[in-house]
Design a protein around this ligand. Structure first.
Ligand SMILES: Cc1cc2nc3c(=O)[nH]c(=O)nc-3n(C[C@H](O)[C@H](O)[C@H](O)COP(=O)(O)OP(=O)(O)OC[C@H]3O[C@@H](n4cnc5c(N)ncnc54)[C@H](O)[C@@H]3O)c2cc1C
Length: 749
């Protein structure tokens, strides 16, 4: 045995066995359910920029493009958000039929099973497009194509299940829902008490081996109308009918909702957004063993299956919905700041408004960049466990920021609800995105770095697997190999991080042009992040899992680096538009400030003080970046305020509204305001109202009429809804005006 192994590795191996958390079989299986992509490069401290730049930009096929322009458009035309959320509480029947007829529920199902066989990017574009018009419509389409029976059968189903179920799911003959959450089991699915017991039972007149199920799930999207539930439950085999293990573990099965004992139909009201969502219960429901997704071999492997399915779905649905919300905030707020005047000027010319407007623009650009990069990686066949968590959290968080910024800027116009209000439906839906598919706090604190680090770190998983090896000699051998590779890697990274922090220069790819400085700084932060992470593993070991404020900040740094890499990729893929450069620079300055702060706070809060003394002067010499300058923010805000190419790119691919809707009126008014700009400028210069200018002969009759048309269009946008008592009573059947209050005039007459 070598000297190194015997005298150095052995004691470290012994220490590490106690310090690092042992991976349970379930955890190990769940971790291996996804794979890594560019985030692993960022984790390495030395990102391979070529890998990023060589990735193909996502593109739609002709068929996918035609679907977007045809059926998607037609579906949206059938939906009126106000009517759905305040009147019918459901999509119109013709819309449900249309979804089935055109195959919306089978976008992810391959063509040979009767589905549309769309790419991840096409799927995402469809969700983004519909979300820009109707959240209820988008959620209805999202769920069957996301985590649920379709995805699970595709990934794990037996051939017989694929043949039997996929064509019926694709055609919409079967409508699926996925039931995981219950009262006890929210973020912690392992707490569920929903149970299946292996037993014999009657199935089509024959006695077969199967499962007797009892459950009480809540919050389940599409549960009130679904025909089949993908049900997660804990499987037990107390009589040893399957083997020797009495507690088999979390299992997923297909449960038709017309079986005796299944209850569906009751509804929740999710944040006033009236898609189908509700509880479901099951009492002694019997299904044969072949209803386990993947068959009996997959009994007890439900957690791994869920993690794997989440890795695909979580990277698409909510990021696409969020990208739509961010783009809508940009589209509407940019236009509104141009048409709305106060103190004699369009409000977009005030610095106080430009500040949120710039944030809105940057979020729209960055979230969509992240969505595109993530879809491109999914379309390469990756199952992005870490990136999908990054996208879920950051896309929905930035959506919240953008939409509340849009609310602030629109002020009263956005507060007063009614058919004319184009922001409220998006605003109401924010908590849904924040909560579902991994509530955001747990996603930020526990999942992105807490679980992601094991996956994305270049050596950690290998070391943990070596420590988990039951044969002590083999364990030591494997640990010796991976540990010393880790040491070599960390040493190089430490010196790289130190050097680049002090010189401010990391590595940039050749030909990066005007954004070379961004690559350089990103490389610098990637090295600093890798060193800080290693120090966290070294000094905290298994306790790191419980230090959530530290893992959250490290996750923030990783996520900001990922999103900024996506921004650089987008800029390259779109042809390096000079006009978009301020936006890219804004995103970079914002990301560097956030990364600097996240690492600064992490280092300040290391329980071992010597780590702070070592890392601060090495990685954070001087003060770190401040965020975007006012000059950059102003340029970015103006790119949304004016009808620029940047504005067109940031807001491309959204539903074009009917002219008489709130959004249609806004677009019309924006166009008229722009067309009348030379006239309004002239009036400002001569300090006259249109009437005074006409009387003074400075404005022709045609010009005056043009201004009148423009002013009327603006008035219609700025207008908000109000309702008569009768209309109120229609909306709220129990509404009773207080007889003590003065009656409305016409009622009194
Ligand atoms: C509209 C809607 C639709 C849904 N659709 C479905 C569906 O179709 N199928 C389905 O199965 N489920 C669905 N869900 C359930 C959803 O996934 C859960 O609500 C979510 O997992 C959170 O569970 P909870 O609400 O019980 O919150 P809890 O788990 O009680 O969490 C409360 C808070 O604590 C935080 N938290 C919990 N643990 C930790 C931790 N370790 N560290 C840090 N923070 C933590 C959470 O982030 C959250 O902020 C839906 C929910 C909603 C609201």
């Amino acid at each position: 045995m070598s000297f190194r192994k015997n005298y150095l590795t052995r004691p470290i191996h012994k220490w590490a066995k106690g310090a690092l958390p042992a991976l349970s079989d379930t955890e190990a299986e769940a971790i291996s359910a996804g794979d890594v992509h560019f985030e692993a490069e960022l984790f390495s401290g030395n990102p391979d920029w070529k890998m990023l730049r060589d990735m193909k930009a996502p593109r739609l096929t002709e068929e996918e493009q035609a679907f977007l322009e045809g059926p998607c458009r037609q579906f949206c035309d059938m939906l009126d958000s106000w009517e759905i959320d305040h009147g019918t509480a459901d999509l119109p029947k013709e819309a449900w039929d249309f979804l089935r007829e055109k195959g919306f529920f089978g976008m992810i199902i391959p063509k040979d099973h009767g589905g549309l066989g769309f790419s991840a990017f096409a799927h995402s574009e469809v969700v983004r497009y519909i979300s820009s018009h109707s959240i209820a419509g988008a959620v209805t389409v999202m769920v069957p194509n996301s985590l649920g029976p379709g995805e699970l059968i595709l990934q794990f189903g037996t051939d017989a299940q694929k043949k039997d179920w996929l064509p019926r799911l694709a055609s919409g003959q079967e409508l699926p829902a996925f039931g995981l959450t219950s009262e006890q089991a929210g973020s912690d699915a392992s707490a569920m008490i929903d149970e299946g017991v292996i037993c014999k039972g009657d199935w089509n007149g024959e006695e077969v081996l199967g499962i007797r199920l009892n459950w009480a799930k809540r919050y389940i999207t599409l549960a009130p109308v679904c025909t089949v539930l993908g049900l997660a439950f804990k499987l037990r085999d107390p009589d040893g009918l399957l083997g020797t293990e009495p507690d088999i573990g979390i299992t997923c099965a297909l449960v038709p909702t017309d079986l005796p004992g299944v209850e569906t139909g009751r509804r929740h009201l999710p944040s006033g957004t009236m898609f189908m969502n509700g509880p479901t219960t099951g009492t002694d429901v019997f299904v044969p063993l072949d209803h386990i997704i993947g068959g009996p071999d997959y009994a007890g492997r439900g957690w791994m299956m869920l993690m794997s399915a989440l890795a695909a779905g979580r990277g698409i649905s909510l990021p696409s919905q969020s990208a739509a919300a961010c783009a809508m905030a940009a589209h509407t707020t940019g236009a509104y700041t141009r048409i709305r005047q106060q103190f004699g000027l369009p409000i977009g010319l005030f610095g106080g408004v430009q500040e949120p407007l710039a944030r809105i623009a940057a979020n729209a650009y960055a979230v969509d960049a992240g969505r595109r990069l993530t879809c491109a990686a999914l379309d390469e066949g990756h199952k992005l466990a870490v990136i999908s968590a990054i996208m879920k959290y950051h896309a929905t968080t930035r959506m919240r920021e953008s939409v509340t910024d849009a609310m602030d800027v629109h002020s009263g116009k956005a507060v007063i609800d009614g058919p004319l209000n184009y922001i409220q439906p998006i605003y109401r839906s924010i908590p849904i995105g924040i909560t579902v598919e991994g509530a955001n706090i747990v996603t930020r604190n526990l999942i992105i770095f807490g679980q992601g680090s094991i996956r994305a770190h270049p050596h950690l998983l290998d070391e943990m697997q070596a420590l988990g090896e039951p044969d002590p000699d083999k364990s030591l051998d494997a640990f010796d190999k991976h540990f010393w590779r880790h040491v070599g890697h960390s040493t190089k990274t430490f010196f790289r991080a130190w050097g680049s922090a002090w010189t401010g220069r990391g590595k940039a790819p050749k030909g990066a042009g005007k954004v070379a400085w961004i690559y350089r700084r990103l490389s610098r932060w990637s090295a600093a992040f890798a060193v800080t992470s290693d120090m966290a593993f070294l000094t905290l070991g298994g306790a790191l899992k419980r230090k959530e404020m530290i893992t959250a900040r490290l996750g923030d740094a990783l996520s900001e680096m990922y999103l900024l890499s996506a921004v650089l990729k987008r800029w390259e893929d779109e042809g390096r538009h000079k006009d978009d450069l301020p936006l890219v620079e804004y995103c970079a300055a914002q990301a560097f400030a956030r990364i600097g702060q996240a690492l600064d706070e992490t280092i300040a809060n290391f329980p071992a003080r010597w780590v702070s003394w070592l890392l601060r002067p090495t990685l954070l010499p001087g003060s770190h970046a401040r965020g975007p300058s006012d000059r950059t923010a102003e340029k970015v805000a103006m790119a949304l305020y004016n009808p620029t190419d940047t504005r067109a790119r940031v807001t491309a691919g959204l539903y074009t509204p009917e002219p008489d809707t709130g959004l249609g009126l806004l677009e019309h008014a924006y166009r008229l305001v722009l067309e009348a700009e030379p006239l309004t400028k002239r009036l400002r210069e001569i300090r006259k109202t249109p009437e005074e200018a006409r009387e003074a002969g400075v404005l022709s009759k045609t010009e005056f009429a043009q201004l009148e048309r423009m002013q009327e269009a603006v008035r219609r946008v700025v207008a908000v809804d109000d309702f008569t008592p009768q209309e109120m009573a229609e909306m709220f059947p129990d509404y009773r005006p207080n007889p003590a209050n003065p009656a409305p005039k016409e009622a009194a007459e």
